[in-house]
Structure formats: structure tokens, C-alpha cells
Design a protein around this ligand. Structure first.
Ligand SMILES: NC(=O)c1ccc[n+]([C@@H]2O[C@H](COP(=O)([O-])OP(=O)(O)OC[C@H]3O[C@@H](n4cnc5c(N)ncnc54)[C@H](OP(=O)(O)O)[C@@H]3O)[C@@H](O)[C@H]2O)c1
Length: 252
């Protein structure tokens, strides 16, 4: 069965996910408006937004803040409020947001995450049909996270699980959600394997042929966030990707 084509606005269209999404939806015949500041659409100020949403049946918010620090909270809150109001004014039929697994659990810890939760809440409280897709950490983060845990000759890993996922698979799921009936709830997706931070670090170091010692450290944090053992991983209900981190590292 073929899906009818839709008019879809992607906001954050020049980013890592946005670029792939615009191309995937366009290749499937959908009428895609690619929006970001580089195309004259600013979600912070609202500039260009009404035009970008004109006649849109679906809007997908995949923006990101320039700096993942506490200033992100105000950025995401303002951008989400602007988009929610404009999408309601335009009568958009499906408001889709990409967020992070465990966002609610981590919100007390960091402004960036509080911003992501505000972005989710804006869709939910917009009065429009909505879906939030929460994804686990992309494979692209495995190397930078490992790097951030190195102290001297050791990798000091938080005692927690992580579940890296292929961003291409996340994009495909977002594209599927965008052209399906709104779920009006949060849908979680994670990578195929739950692994400890130390297992992830060992996989990265093996791939990089580096001989550092990996140590579980109860005081280590994930980018300054004190996380519980299962904060970053999905529950049993979640959808799972298929590409394993080690295969992604090899293929890249
Ligand atoms: N990395 C992960 O592991 C992970 C996991 C789960 C969820 N996510 C979420 O995935 C989302 C997308 O991430 P990404 O890596 O694709 O981000 P990215 O590559 O940093 O792209 C961000 C996009 O936002 C646009 N943007 C920034 N400020 C804007 C503004 N004021 N108005 C309009 N557009 C604006 C940027 O374009 P311009 O500069 O042209 O405006 C760019 O297109 C993020 O919200 C992130 O939280 C990430």
C-alpha cells in the first residue's frame, strides 16, 4: 500500500537529522519545506515561520541549540513556544518532535534537558495532534563521550547503561511517524544493544587501536549529568534499531 503524499515542514532542516529527513521524505514524493535560519526561518524570533508553515499538514521539529549548556533551556523554551503558537495558527495536522530517552528523568540535572522537555511539552499542549519520538544516543556520540571520560591514561566510566543507535534509523522512524496517524504520546526508540559505558568505551578504544585502561567509576558523570543505571536506556515497550555500534564503527 502506498502512503499518500503530504505537505511537510522540517524545522532544523540543515542539521544532522534534518538533512537526512528532508532528503528521505522528498525522495518518497512528499512536498517538503526545508526550514532553518539558513533558509530564512528563525524559530527563536519567529521570522519566516508563518510562510514556512503555510498549508503544512505536518511539522517536524529537529532543531538543536548551538551550545549544549544551560543557555539551551531558554533557547528551546522560546523556540518551542513560537512553533507551538504558529503551528496552531496554521492548523497543522501533526506536530512531531525529536527528543531524548530519559529526558524527564534528567531534567533536574541540566538546562539543555529542561529545554528538550519544554520542546516536548509544547507539542503535547499545542492542542494539535502530536507525536514525540525519544531516541537514545546516536552512534556518532560514542567516540566523543569516550573521549570526554579520559583522565590521564584511564577512561573513567559512569556505572550506567547506554544504548547507541544509528541516526539513519532514527531518521527513518521519524519519517514513518510523520506520515502516519499521530500517536498523541511519546514513542521511544533505542539501539539494538544495551551496554555499560565501560563496554562502549572498550569498543571505541578497540576500534581506535588505543591501549587505555577502562575503569568503572561510581563518581563519573555523563557530560556532568548524574544518571541512574537505566536512565539512558529504553524499557521493554520501545522500538529497537538494528545496527550495532561495532558494525557502525567498522562501516563508517
Ligand atoms: N545526538 C544524539 O545522540 C541525539 C539523541 C536523541 C535526540 N537528539 C536530538 O536530535 C535533535 C537534532 O539533532 P541534530 O544533531 O540533527 O542537530 P544539529 O545537527 O545541531 O542541527 C540543528 C538544526 O537546528 C537549526 N537551528 C538552530 N537554531 C535554529 C533557530 N533559531 N531557528 C531555526 N532553526 C534553527 C540548525 O540550522 P541553522 O543553523 O541554519 O538555523 C540546524 O538545521 C536535537 O534536538 C537533539 O536533542 C539527539
Amino acid at each position: 500500500m502506498t502512503t499518500p503524499t503530504k505537505k511537510i515542514t522540517v524545522i532544523g532542516a540543515t542539521g544532522q537529522i534534518g538533512r537526512q529527513l528532508v532528503s528521505l521524505l522528498g525522495n518518497r514524493g512528499h512536498d517538503v519545506t526545508a526550514a532553518s535560519r539558513r533558509t530564512g526561518v528563525d524559530l527563536f524570533t519567529g521570522q519566516g515561520l508563518d510562510d514556512a508553515l503555510a498549508e503544512a499538514e505536518v511539522v517536524i521539529d529537529v532543531i538543536n541549540s548551538a551550545a549544549p549548556d544551560d543557555s539551551s533551556e531558554a533557547f528551546f523554551k522560546q523556540a518551542a513556544a513560537t512553533l507551538s503558537a504558529a503551528a496552531a495558527k496554521a492548523g497543522v495536522g501533526h506536530y512531531v518532535v525529536l527528543s531524548i530517552v530519559g529526558a524527564d528523568e534528567m531534567a533536574a540535572e541540566a538546562g539543555y534537558i529542561r529545554g528538550k522537555v519544554a520542546q516536548e511539552n509544547a507539542a503535547e499542549s499545542s492542542g494539535l495532534p502530536w507525536t514525540v519520538l525519544r531516541a537514545t544516543q546516536f552512534h556518532e556520540l560514542a567516540e566523543p563521550i569516550t573521549e570526554s571520560l579520559i583522565i590521564g591514561e584511564e577512561v573513567r566510566a559512569p556505572e550506567a547503561l547506554i544504548q547507541p543507535i544509528d541516526s539513519v534509523e532514527v531518521t527513518a522512524i521519524l519519517a514513518r511517524i510523520a506520515v502516519s496517524q499521530p500517536l498523541n504520546t511519546i514513542h521511544n526508540v533505542g539501539g539494538p544493544q544495551k551496554m555499560t559505558f565501560s563496554d562502549m568505551a572498550r569498543a571505541v578504544l578497540r576500534h581506535q587501536s588505543r591501549m587505555l585502561t577502562v575503569v568503572d567509576d561510581p563518581s563519573a558523570t555523563y557530560s556532568g549529568l548524574e544518571i541512574d543505571y537505566t536512565t539512558l536506556v529504553t524499557d521493554d515497550e520501545a522500538e529497537l534499531g538494528t545496527l550495532r555500534l561495532t558494525d557502525w564503527l567498522t562501516r563508517r
